[in-house]
Design a protein around this ligand. Structure first.
Ligand code: ZN
Ligand code: ZN
Length: 223
C-alpha cells in the first residue's frame, strides 16, 4: 500500500475517488470536504461535511428552495403532530421560565399593538367558557367589595350538579347565574357556602326582595 508517485496526498480522512469504502468511524480526525478544517469525528454526522458546514449548507438550501423546506416541514408536522406540539410547548415553557421579565414585557407590547386581535380572541374565549367568566367576574366583584372568600369553577360546577342544574328558587331547568345568598353588599361572603344557582329572572326578583328585606330590617330596628 501507499500513495502512487506524483499524487498529492489529500488532507487526512479525505477519500479520493475509487479509494475504497470510507472508514471514517475509525479515523479520529477528519478533514471537512467543504472547509478543509480537520475536526474530530464528533463534529460530523454521516457525511464528510462538518456540522458547521452542514448547517450552513442546509440554511442556504432552504433560502434558495423555501417551498421545498416548507413542504417538508408540513409533512413532518402532519406525521408527528402530537410530538411536535409537545416539543414546541416544552420549548416555549422552558424559554419563558428562563426569560420571564423579557417575555412579559414583549407580551405586553404585542398586546398593546394588536388590540383588535386580543379583543377578538377574548370574545371567542368568553363564548367558549361562560362559567369561567361568571366565576371570574363574581370573584373580582367580591374583591372590589372587600368581601371575604373566593370560589373555584369546580366548586360552582359541583354546586350546580347538586341542584340538578335547576334554579334554587323556581326549580326550572334554565341557564344558571351565581347568586350570593347574603348579598356581598350586605357583607355576605364570597365562599361557595354563600352561593346558590338561580335563573336570571329569580336572581333579579330576589334582588328586589333584598330591598324589601332592607325596609323590613329598618322597621324592626325602629320598633
Ligand atoms: Zn466544514
Ligand atoms: Zn328561577
Amino acid at each position: 500500500m501507499g500513495w502512487p508517485k506524483g499524487v498529492k496526498r489529500g488532507p487526512r480522512g479525505y477519500r479520493y475517488p475509487g479509494a475504497g469504502p470510507a472508514s471514517i468511524a475509525s479515523t479520529p480526525v477528519i478533514s471537512c470536504s467543504l472547509c478543509s478544517i480537520p475536526k474530530p469525528r464528533s463534529d460530523f454526522y454521516k457525511g464528510r461535511w462538518c456540522k458547521t458546514c452542514h448547517s450552513l449548507r442546509t440554511k442556504v438550501y432552504r433560502e434558495v428552495n423555501p417551498d421545498v423546506h416548507r413542504k417538508a416541514c408540513k409533512n413532518y408536522f402532519e406525521a408527528n403532530e402530537d410530538a411536535c406540539r409537545e416539543r414546541s410547548r416544552r420549548g416555549s415553557r422552558a424559554y419563558y421560565n428562563a426569560n420571564k421579565t423579557e417575555c412579559i414585557l414583549k407580551n405586553r407590547q404585542w398586546k398593546e399593538s394588536n388590540k383588535s386581535k386580543v379583543k377578538a380572541t377574548q370574545k371567542v374565549w368568553r363564548e367558549v367558557h361562560p362559567d369561567l367568566v361568571r366565576t371570574y367576574n363574581q370573584n373580582r366583584r367580591a374583591r372590589k367589595l372587600n368581601a371575604e372568600g373566593s370560589f373555584t369553577i369546580e366548586e360552582w360546577a359541583s354546586l350546580c350538579e347538586q341542584h340538578d342544574y335547576r334554579c334554587a328558587i323556581c326549580s326550572e331547568l334554565k341557564q344558571l347565574t351565581i347568586d350570593h345568598i347574603i348579598p356581598l353588599a350586605r357583607n355576605g361572603s364570597n365562599w361557595i357556602a354563600n352561593i346558590q344557582p338561580l335563573c336570571q329572572s329569580c336572581n333579579s326578583r330576589k334582588g328586589d326582595r333584598v330591598i324589601e328585606a332592607d325596609a323590613f330590617m329598618e322597621e324592626v330596628t325602629l320598633v
